[in-house]
Design a protein around this ligand. Structure first.
Ligand SMILES: C[S@@+](CC[C@H](N)C(=O)[O-])C[C@H]1O[C@@H](n2cnc3c(N)ncnc32)[C@H](O)[C@@H]1O
Length: 257
């Protein structure tokens, strides 16, 4: 499986589909507020959002009056992020000055990067002395219930198929050791609670599974849209029977100094 397959981030449709699912957490968990709280940003803090995607964190920072800039490898994502995203750049070779930022964010992105050691060194290099880098990734429990339905769908054509997580190279379980090669201090922080994602519209789950197509299509002879249709029917059957389909996230942040 490619770490960052062509097309996955051509534009922000796949990321937006995934963001829509998290809006169904009950009670709602404000991941952006949680991450920015760990980073302790305030007006005057100089922030870099590396792999900023469609600018969800940059918009929140701007709303707080914080001077933040973003960079991303994908021109399509930078367009979606708007004027706040300034550099089309690979995190493993940042075109930015040493020690230029008080806070550096790398949220849900290092597992896409083949040159991860170089990327972590770059995050450290652009951080000012005394600054904080907050890195976020997922753990083994991420959406286990939804992944199980996708496995059932794919196994009809590919017996015994396992859905290896997209994040497997850089997870909540193995990130501390990797980050410690670049940072003197790495503290893993888990969210205070793990609210369920309560899905009453099978389209929300189907759109999320569709967003995985470029990672998993090569592993099955079934067309990915057919897999998506199968998962949607399975989710709908659960909703009809139980009122909702429930799944859980599994998130970890790493505060690095
Ligand atoms: C899952 S999205 C996360 C976006 C954003 N950080 C968020 O949490 O909403 C991953 C982002 O990392 C970007 N990305 C992947 N590899 C990258 C690299 N080597 N350098 C910079 N950005 C990269 C992708 O283009 C995509 O926008």
């Amino acid at each position: 499986m490619a770490l960052n397959p062509p097309g996955q981030y051509r534009d922000d449709r796949n990321l937006s589909a995934r963001q829509r699912l998290w809006a169904h957490q009950e009670p709602y968990f404000d991941i952006v507020g949680w991450v920015l709280g760990l980073a302790r940003v305030s007006p005057g803090t100089r922030v870099l959002d590396a792999g900023c995607g469609n600018g969800m964190y940059l918009r929140a920072l701007e709303a707080q009056g914080v001077r933040a800039v973003g960079c991303d490898l994908s021109p399509g994502m930078l367009r979606a992020a708007g004027h706040r995203a300034v550099a089309c750049a690979d995190v493993s070779a940042l075109p930015l000055r040493d020690a230029a930022f008080d806070v550096v964010l790398a949220v849900h992105m290092l597992y896409h990067v083949p040159e991860r050691e170089a990327a972590m060194r770059e995050l450290r290099r652009v951080l000012a002395p005394g600054g904080t880098c907050v890195v976020v990734t997922n753990g083994a429990g991420q959406l286990v219930e939804l992944r199980a339905l996708a496995e059932q769908a794919v196994r009809q054509a590919a017996v015994g198929w396992r859905m290896r997580p997209v994040t497997r190279t850089f997870t909540a379980e193995n990130a501390t050791a990797q980050l410690s090669t670049a940072f003197g201090s790495v503290t893993c922080v888990r969210p205070p609670s793990k609210p369920p994602v309560v899905i009453r519209d099978s389209g929300v789950a189907a759109d999320y599974v569709a967003s995985w197509g470029s990672f998993y299509q090569e592993e099955t002879a079934d067309a990915w849209p057919d897999v998506v249709g199968d998962v949607r029917a399975r989710v709908q059957a659960i909703i009809d029977r139980e009122g909702a389909f429930i799944t859980y996230g599994d998130l970890a942040a790493f505060v690095c100094r």
